[in-house]
Design a protein around this ligand. Structure first.
Ligand code: NAD
Length: 351
């Protein structure tokens, strides 16, 4: 039995997680999956009830689970709270407590959304890549400070931090197209020098995987002019933050971008977007990023590749049939709301 803690959060969070749960019900039925879900309060809604965005009750629930499916948190009504009580602080808290060091962001181009992207469609046709971003080290977590008119952030990495994510990346590349791009700035940064040395050492354990090194500035250009060359990309925290947002533009909408954060025994799955307070409660939110995050949960936590692919194929089928929420709708789309989109996708999930 797999237990999932579902933390809907704020804004559109409850609508998009409900949509994902509808698809999960269908996947359970089709594949005979033994999965149990339980909801918990997290973010602004938890602050309203418990006076804290990440209450002990929710942490307890998470610890008793095998995975977390998160909606999104935050909203203007909590923006003036002290930093440690703001909903977004709960996100940092849960990632830290669960030791999530590897953020995975798949980016896929759906040709039906071609008019939503600024690229020429022929450059994007067939793009289906995954970025693995190191999440707990580097400049965001190193020593930082200010002295008068000077400021500094220290970028630090050790062997263990690099090895664990690079191993995940090689494993993923091995199971996909057997191509791995490691992004660094080894011509300038010491941390990148160590990163590259370790990647080269570890590549000997994966002789079938073709390894390419790119400097981050070149990677930024290559992602624009020839994104098709990439399949699995691995990089450190700061570079990954920027490159994954850059690559996100390929998908045409924030509502299309799932993510997984892996680390310890309990992994976290969530859409890449926020709580979209401007459209909350109006049945307008695109639930596909959350549904695709659920597919990642089926793949990485339940180890059920067939179910994961069935959900991904269902999403593709519904898009190809021309259904779209407002954020991805074009002139010829059949416009649907959050609930209808979830129903359409669940109907298409088949074994
Ligand atoms: P946002 O991602 O919530 O929204 C940006 C724009 O994209 C908005 O116009 C929104 O309507 C649209 N959008 C986002 N997701 C969509 C979806 N699924 N379907 C259709 N349209 C969608 O970012 P923001 O406006 O900068 O932040 C709003 C709140 O969310 C803030 O409180 C912020 O702190 C929080 N936030 C939370 C997370 C998270 O929970 N992981 C991440 C980012 C921002």
């Amino acid at each position: 039995m797999t237990k999932i803690a579902v933390l809907p959060g704020d804004g559109i969070g409850p609508e998009i997680t409900e949509a994902a749960l509808m698809v999960l019900d269908k996947a359970k039925e089709v594949f005979g999956l033994e999965i149990e879900t339980q909801k918990g309060l997290f973010g602004g809604c938890a602050y309203e009830t418990y006076g804290t965005p990440f209450p002990e009750e929710t942490w307890q629930l998470v610890q008793e689970s095998n995975a977390v499916l998160l909606g999104a948190v935050g909203g203007p009504q909590w923006d003036n709270l002290p930093r440690n009580l703001r909903p977004e602080s709960a996100l940092l808290g849960i990632r830290k407590k669960l030791g999530l060091y590897c953020n995975i962001r798949p980016v896929k181009f759906y040709s039906i959304l071609a008019d939503k992207v600024v690229w020429k469609p022929e450059i994007l046709e067939g793009v289906d890549l995954v970025i693995l971003r190191e999440l707990t080290g580097g400049a965001y977590f190193g020593k930082k400070g200010r002295e008068g008119d000077s400021a500094y952030d220290t970028m630090e990495y050790n062997r263990e931090e690099i090895e664990r994510i690079v191993r995940d990346a090689f494993e993923m590349a091995q199971g996909r197209k057997k191509v791995l791009h490691s992004i660094d700035k080894a011509n300038v940064l010491e941390t990148s020098g160590l990163w590259r040395e370790i990647v080269i050492e570890m590549s000997k354990d994966y002789p079938e995987v073709r390894l390419e090194h790119l400097y981050v500035d070149n990677a930024a250009i290559q992602l624009v002019i020839n994104p098709k060359q990439f399949d699995v990309i691995v990089t450190e925290n700061l570079f990954g933050d920027i490159l994954s947002d850059q690559a996100a533009a390929i998908a045409g909408s924030l509502g299309m971008l799932p993510s997984a954060s892996l680390g310890g025994e309990i992994n976290l799955y969530e859409p890449a977007h926020g709580s979209a307070p401007d459209i909350a409660g109006q049945d307008k939110a695109n639930p596909l990023a959350t549904i695709l995050s659920l597919a990642m949960l089926l793949r990485h936590t339940c180890k059920h590749e067939q179910a994961a692919q069935a959900v991904e194929k269902a999403v593709e089928q519904v898009l190809e049939e021309g259904y779209a929420t407002g954020d991805i709708a074009g002139a010829n789309s059949k416009r649907v709301g959050t609930k209808e989109m979830a129903k359409l996708v669940s109907e298409c999930v088949s074994g």
